[in-house]
Design a protein around this ligand. Structure first.
Ligand SMILES: [Zn+2]
Ligand SMILES: [Zn+2]
Length: 166
């Protein structure tokens, strides 16, 4: 077996076993194994938020200064490229983080934040028929990075990954 590369593009493999087929000890272990991924995922999202908010505030600040002629147009032109550079760095870091920290289920080895499969990521109910709303917990399940739900259960195999959710 070769070492897995650090940049993983994981192909979907249907789970061989689902939550009911694992023992309590196994499920406990999966949860423990998922913790580092959950932590870095949470850190990553916080980084995005802080980064974008601070950039926005900075931008607003200089815009107000410029509007009130506190800084000259020449100064404003000097500052402009720095904003672009900062934004580029932020987006680049965000991309690296997004690729590196794909949260992967330790039980079935699938990425848990891209698609919705059989299990509800919020409550773990099986037979998730609608991809927009869970019939058990009523949670709206809109997809993508801007999703409105937290992932507590693996959508592929139904194993509980994190109590707080990511
Ligand atoms: Zn649900
Ligand atoms: Zn899984």
């Amino acid at each position: 077996m070769s070492k897995p590369p650090s940049f993983r593009f994981v192909n979907y493999v249907p789970p061989r076993r689902t939550v009911a087929e694992y023992s309590e000890a196994e499920k406990k272990l999966f949860k423990k194994q998922f913790q580092p991924a959950a932590e870095s995922y949470r850190k990553g999202s916080r980084f995005f938020l802080i980064g974008f908010v601070s950039l926005f505030v900075l931008f607003l600040f200089f815009f107000v200064l410029g509007e009130n002629q506190v800084i000259s147009q020449k100064d404003a032109q000097l500052i402009g490229p720095w904003f672009v550079a900062l934004l580029a760095i932020l987006i680049f870091t965000a991309l690296i983080l997004a690729i590196k920290h794909d949260p992967i289920c330790p039980a079935c080895n699938n990425v848990v934040d891209r698609v919705l499969k059989a299990f509800c990521p919020e409550c773990g109910a099986s037979n998730l028929l609608s991809k927009t709303r869970c019939s058990s917990c009523g949670k709206r399940l809109s997809g993508g990075k801007g999703r409105q739900y937290t992932i507590r259960f693996c959508t592929h195999c139904g194993v509980l990954l994190d109590d707080k959710g990511i």
